[in-house]
Design a protein around this ligand. Sequence first.
Ligand code: SF4
Length: 681
Amino acid sequence: MTEYSRLKTLEVSIGDLLLGNGHPIRVQTMTTTDTMDTIATVEQSIRCIEAGAELVRITAPSKKEAENLLNIKNELRKKGYSTPLVADIHFTPNAAEIAARIVEKVRVNPGNYVDKKKFEFIDYTDADYQEEIERIRERFTPLVKICKEYGTAMRIGTNHGSLSDRIMSRYGDSPMGMVESAMEFLRIARGEQYHNIVLSMKSSNPLVMVQAYRLLVNRMEEEFSACYPLHLGVTEAGDGEDGRIKSAIGIGTLLEDGIGDTIRVSLTEDPEFEIPVCKDIVARYQSVNPPIRQSANSPIRQSPKAPIAEGANPSIRQFANPPIIKPPYDPFAYQRRVSHEISNIGAKHVPVVVADMREVPALTPGDLAAIGYQYNETTDKWNIGDAAADYLYTGSRLLNFNLPGTLKVMIDHSAWSDAGDKDKYFPVFQFPSFNESLQRSPAINFMAFNVADTEHWDDMLNILKNDMTMVACIECSAAHSMLALRRFIMEMMIRNITSPVIISVKTSGKSIDEQLIHFSAEAGALFLEGMGDGIWLCSNMQDIRNIKVSGRTYLEVKNSAQFLNNTAFSILQATRTRISKTEYISCPSCGRTLFDLQETTAKIRSHTYHLKGVKIAIMGCIVNGPGEMADADFGYVGSGPGKITLYKGKEVVKRNVDSEVAVSELISLLKESEVWIERES
Ligand code: SF4
């Protein structure tokens, strides 16, 4: 967990494609067309392959779709595409048994391959439970035998939202339940000497997903002394920046751990748009010295001793401190690191957001709109949004206007002495130039430190230990910086240093996707471990505005400051450490989808985005939708052509509503449930 190395897994062949055992991390996606529409599915598959997909998954909800996979495969081969195809199976073993004779891989969901979900709690005796396992063995073994005979690979793909009633009754809605759900099927397959298996543990909640994969690796090593390859993904991640952030946090955290052999980013967008995001994520692990992981314009100045990543070879950059074999916390369960309170930072406070505006020329009250503060000149009052930054870093500038009450200023120590209002302005010290004799604030002091400067860890840790007003602002300019930051925070834990920590991440990513991925994987991973008391993002891209993908705006921002502020709040939301907005759990859509998911998601979002803390699921079909909605508060689920069924939690409240009025019916339901608030003008 503190030095990068890839987990060695068994080798699996999917057609001619090799997976696991150190082979490159493969990227894949899934078609959204009707599987019976051969031409549309072939054309979409080709668009995905051309974009770089190394595997294409196609849904096979019944025997006829499974049979049509042959036409799709033949058509693709005729056109010169040999990319392996994967059949996606839910509830229909007979479709799986047909597909396994046609395509290179089948995906089964152990939550619904044999079991039907009724949301019932059943109190099993051990003998009853064993009887259930035998029932699964009987139903699942024929598929295993076919796969073995035809050389077909298989993914045992557990989804958090669709655990069977049996698993839920025994293990609860937990990562352990997800792991056991897959292990039951894996043991049966191994009993047949069949090993061409990949596993996945998907969830729409990156925290659950990360814990489940780690636990699965742990269990496989314990039971088999070997690991099967892992397919990573955050399911129902949604669209736009939130979908990218959620996916990058979940997938990125595990890839940083060295876990993962193939990935899929599930976005509610056309599948070919998932591939560039996958590629950006994977690129971080393919190059010895990937450029987007470098800190080109760090706001925290480098110590002369700090190794600069540019041109450095990470293989020779070892930390002076030895790696930690057993972390000082449980990596399979969330606990927030214990920190002491300094003003509104640390202890039980939600992580604070630092807005870095030192590059904004001549800051005015109007500029603060980008970070959540609207100034009304007529009333001379500030309107504070839900995603309003807590601290403003101005470099060495003092401001010439009154600030909103909830916003404090971080300023370089050299300029801090000139600040009149010491309740509003707080000094930022740069580590190499820090001197014990310098004047400090009696309330809050910030110490910026680059953890790549391993020679000075002891000095930095002693400063933190000896000054209870000191907040650590840590970044790392070396490759695999998240691991180095995690190592530093572990060292704080080992030495019982409880200073709050602000995670500082800079990127010189060349595209918005690269930047979102970098921020999410680096900072998100640490928040998933309960390690951050604040977040401070910095980008070298000064002119960031609305970005469109396939005609739809996927990033709505006016400038770079707003982009960074939104991204920081979205990372905290995705790691569930600070909730500031509505959360959307929308399925990526597939051949079962009964309405235009992208358009409907956009419409629902436009009406409900202001409902802080409400989770709304938008699911394409009633077969999988209700099960996969996980912990959504409300569900909007396609239940037939032109028909929508609305859920409150797992309960149906309005069945088969006409889709023309379904969004307004959803709004009425939100109002009846007293979660609706009127939007401020
Ligand atoms: S929930 Fe969405 S992605 Fe899943 S099977 Fe239904 S339509 Fe397809």
